[in-house]
Design a protein around this ligand. Structure first.
Ligand code: A3P
Length: 311
């Protein structure tokens, strides 16, 4: 696979960092582009913001919502924000307004909510230093990687500007995904690194772990547990109302006015199901996926809770 570097910028006030737009190719030779900063791939977003991310000022009560892309970040952000406001009313904002690799300090600071639910797809050691020093509360969301791969494939094809018009087939894309060449790197590396960091940080940061599949199967119970973590004093009527307002169908309809970029497109609210991969992966592709999964995840504790289908 060829790596083509278009430009190279090397400048930073406190420590040197390298930045470039890289064009890579899937197995079929279809081009896809990323922003690469210090060897880590991002969508093509503002490189100055990515560069300044570690210096972002955090507040003591900030909550960090953390997930590999396509794991249910929008959904969990909406649920968390509704619980914190104590009512099941749609949040009239785009979650990306408080996404740390996307927004400058002034936009994040102007966000009208307290506490704030900052969110990101980066790893622990890339988080804003202050958020780490202040031991901010963290919510970590996981989803089974076959559904993540299918969702990410559709994402890469749909966000034309972020990846410069990627248009490969799933067959060509899967090896690319499995070898960790996408933005935010390998799902496996990300999950395994978070597993280590969560273990190491447990005594510093309060951490709550959620699985997309559990949220789908029993949303009210998962919302109740999350409320307990957040210290929100709600009751069943609130949890039921939040679960309903945050159902896939309701969010798809309600959030559109606040996510204008997504209007009428299958970008974020695509299908929202567990096991959609079964409609996409051939038996051969599935076997290839299983091989990599078994090998990479053999020592993972998360593995015990990751479900590829629901009963
Ligand atoms: P699909 O592409 O499988 O539909 P993220 O927010 O981390 O980018 O994840 C996006 C995925 O979460 C998409 O998956 C999207 O449809 C799904 N999603 C978004 N809102 C949801 C909701 N309210 N309930 C269930 N899934 C949701």
């Amino acid at each position: 696979m060829v790596n083509q570097v278009f430009n190279q910028v090397t400048a930073h006030s406190t420590f040197p960092s390298s930045m470039s737009i890289v064009e890579d190719y899937d197995m079929g030779g279809n081009a896809i582009s990323f922003l690469e900063v210090d060897g880590f791939r991002y969508p093509i977003v503002d490189s100055e913001i990515v560069k300044g991310m570690s210096q972002l000022k955090a507040k003591d009560d900030d909550i960090l919502l953390l997930a590999y892309p396509k794991s249910g970040t929008h959904w969990t952000w909406e649920i968390t924000s509704m619980l914190l406001q104590g009512k099941a009313e749609t949040i009239p904002h785009w979650k990306s307004k408080v996404m740390v690799e996307l927004q400058p300090q002034e936009v994040i600071d102007a966000f009208p909510a307290s506490p704030r639910v900052l969110n990101t797809h980066v790893r622990y050691n890339q988080l804003p230093l202050q958020a780490r020093e202040k031991k901010c509360r963290m919510i970590y969301v996981l989803r089974n990687p076959k559904d993540v791969a299918v969702s990410f494939y559709n994402h890469h094809k749909s966000f034309e500007n972020l990846y410069k018009n990627y248009n490969g087939s799933l067959n060509d894309y899967l090896p690319f995904f499995l070898s960790g060449k996408t933005d935010y790197g390998s799902w496996f590396d990300s999950i395994l690194q978070w597993e280590k960091d969560i273990e190491a940080q447990r005594d510093r940061h309060p951490i709550h772990i959620m699985y997309y599949e559990d949220m789908k199967q029993n949303p009210v119970e998962e919302i109740r547990k999350l409320a307990g973590f957040l210290g929100v004093s709600g009751d069943d009527s609130l949890y039921n109302a939040v679960a309903d307002k945050c159902s896939f169908e309701n969010m798809k309809e309600d959030k559109e006015p606040f996510d204008p970029k997504f209007k009428g497109k299958l970008l974020v609210y695509r299908k929202g199901q567990v096991g959609d991969w079964q409609n996409w992966l051939t038996p051969d592709q599935n076997e290839m996926f299983d091989k990599v999964y078994q090998e990479k995840m053999k020592d993972s504790k998360f593995k015990d809770n990751i479900r590829f289908t629901l009963p």
